[in-house]
Design a protein around this ligand. Structure first.
Ligand SMILES: *Cc1c(COP(=O)(O)O)cnc(C)c1O
Length: 375
C-alpha cells in the first residue's frame, strides 16, 4: 500500500544522528541551539523553541499566550483535534469558526463574528500547507487586542506574499512528525518575533524553572539553587532529534519543490474530472503542499475512498470536524455548527503526497483515482 505521507531519510540524516549519539550530549546540548537557530532563520523571526511534538508546541504556545480558564480561543474545525484540545486543557472555551470553501482555512468574516469580550487567541491552521489569510486575521486580532496563533503543522516551507510561514502570526507552531514537511521523528517548535512570548514558552517547556539569579526570589540559597515561579512541563527535544532536524532542514527546499511537482502532476491529470475539485492556493501564497486534498461528490466519497484503498493507494481523510469528537459533543457542541467545514470534510480525500513518491507512483495514483472516480 502506497502511504499518503512518508518521511525522507538519507545518509546525511543518519550521519547527523550518529554524530549526536557519539557526542557528550544526548539532550540539552549544542544541537538544540543549532536546530533552534536554523528553525528561527527559516521562519524569519528571532526566536524558536523546540519541543517534543506539534501538540506540545500548541500547548506551549497557548501557555505562553497566557490562556486561563474562562478565556475563549477561536479556531477552525478542519484540523487535527490537538489544535483545540491543548487550549481546552488550559481551561479555554473553544469557539469554532467556519472555513473558506476554497481553501478550508479559517474564514476571517466568521472569526470576526465570533469575537467576544473573553476572546484571547485566534488559532488558524494552514490546511494542506496553504497559509491562513494572515493580513485579514491580523486586522481582527489587532483591533481587539488578541494574539494570532498559526498552527503550521502542515506548512513549514510555505510563504505568503514572499514572507515565510513563521513570520505571519504572533506565535507559530510546527510539527515534525514523520508525515509532515520535515521530521525529527516526534518533535515540534514554537516560533515568534516576541522575546517575552518566547521566554514564557521556554519556561513552560522546562518545568517553569528560573535559573537567572537576577530573577530569583531567594538567590542566596546556594549555587544549587533554582526556583519554579509557574508550573511547567518537560517538553525538551533531545539533541539526537535536533541533529536530525537540522539535517532535514537543509533539504526542506528540495522537499517543497518535489511536493510542488507532484501537485502539478495531479492537478493536470485530475482537474478535468466531473464533480471533482483540486486544491487551490490564493493569490500570493506559495504553499509547501503537505496534503493533496481532492474533493469528490460527497455521496460517492466512501466508495471512491474504498476503491483507492483496494487498488493499493493509502488515501486518508483530513479531518473529521474537531467538534464531532465525543469529547466536544459531551460539552454540548452540535453537528451543523460550521456547515462549510462539514461539507469540505464530506467531500475530502487526501491522495499520497510526499517527496519520495516516484513519477511512476504518481502515475499509479492518477490512474487509480480516475478508475475510482469513474466508478
Ligand atoms: C500533526 C498535527 C498536529 C500535531 O502534531 P504532532 O507532532 O503529531 O503532535 C497539530 N495540528 C495539525 C494541523 C497537525 O496536522
Amino acid at each position: 500500500m502506497l502511504p499518503y505521507g512518508r518521511q525522507s531519510i538519507d545518509a546525511s540524516d543518519i550521519a547527523a544522528v550518529t554524530d549526536a549519539l557519539n557526542s557528550d550530549w544526548l539532550t540539552t546540548g549544542p544541537e538544540v541551539e543549532r536546530f533552534e537557530t536554523a528553525v528561527a532563520a527559516r521562519a524569519g523571526v528571532d526566536h524558536a523553541v523546540s519541543v517534543t511534538s506539534g501538540t506540545a508546541a500548541l500547548h506551549v504556545a497557548y501557555a505562553a499566550a497566557g490562556i486561563e480558564p474562562g478565556d475563549e480561543v477561536i479556531t477552525t474545525p478542519l484540523t487535527f483535534v490537538a489544535t483545540a484540545a491543548t487550549a481546552a486543557l488550559l481551561g479555554a472555551k473553544i469557539v469554532f469558526a467556519d472555513v473558506d470553501p476554497a481553501t478550508g482555512n479559517l474564514d476571517p468574516s466568521a472569526v470576526a463574528a465570533a469575537v467576544t469580550e473573553r476572546t484571547r487567541v485566534v488559532a488558524g491552521v494552514d490546511y494542506a500547507g496553504v497559509p491562513v489569510d494572515a493580513p485579514a486575521l491580523r486586522g481582527i486580532t489587532s483591533r481587539h487586542d488578541l494574539l494570532l496563533l498559526e498552527d503550521a503543522a502542515h506548512s513549514i516551507g510555505s510563504t505568503l506574499d514572499g514572507a515565510p510561514v513563521g513570520s505571519l502570526a504572533d506565535l507559530t507552531t510546527y510539527s515534525f512528525f514523520p508525515t509532515k514537511n520535515l521530521t525529527t521523528t516526534e518533535g515540534g517548535a514554537v516560533v515568534t518575533a516576541d522575546a517575552e512570548l518566547a521566554a514564557r514558552a521556554v519556561s513552560f517547556k522546562n518545568h517553569g524553572l528560573v535559573r537567572d539569579r537576577a530573577m530569583q526570589r531567594y538567590p542566596d540559597e546556594g549555587p544549587w539553587h533554582q526556583e519554579v515561579h509557574a508550573f511547567g512541563l518537560n517538553y525538551r527535544l533531545p539533541d539526537v532529534l535536533c541533529a536530525l532536524g537540522t539535517s532535514q532542514l537543509e533539504r526542506l527546499d528540495q522537499f517543497v519543490a518535489r511536493r510542488a511537482e507532484i501537485k502539478a502532476a495531479y492537478d493536470e491529470a485530475l482537474g478535468d474530472l466531473e464533480g471533482v475539485d483540486i486544491p487551490v492556493a490564493p493569490q500570493g501564497a506559495a504553499p509547501a503542499w503537505h496534503l493533496y486534498p481532492l474533493r469528490v461528490p460527497a455521496e460517492r466519497r466512501r466508495s471512491i475512498f474504498d476503491s483507492l484503498r483496494e487498488q493499493g493507494i493509502g488515501v486518508q481523510v483530513n479531518y473529521i470536524p474537531a467538534y464531532w469528537h465525543p469529547v466536544f459533543e459531551d460539552l454540548g457542541y452540535q453537528r451543523g455548527m460550521c456547515p462549510v467545514a462539514e461539507e469540505y470534510y464530506r467531500r475530502e480525500i487526501s491522495l499520497p503526497m510526499f517527496p519520495a513518491l516516484t513519477d511512476s507512483d504518481v502515475e499509479r495514483v492518477i490512474e487509480a483515482t480516475r478508475v475510482a472516480v469513474a466508478g
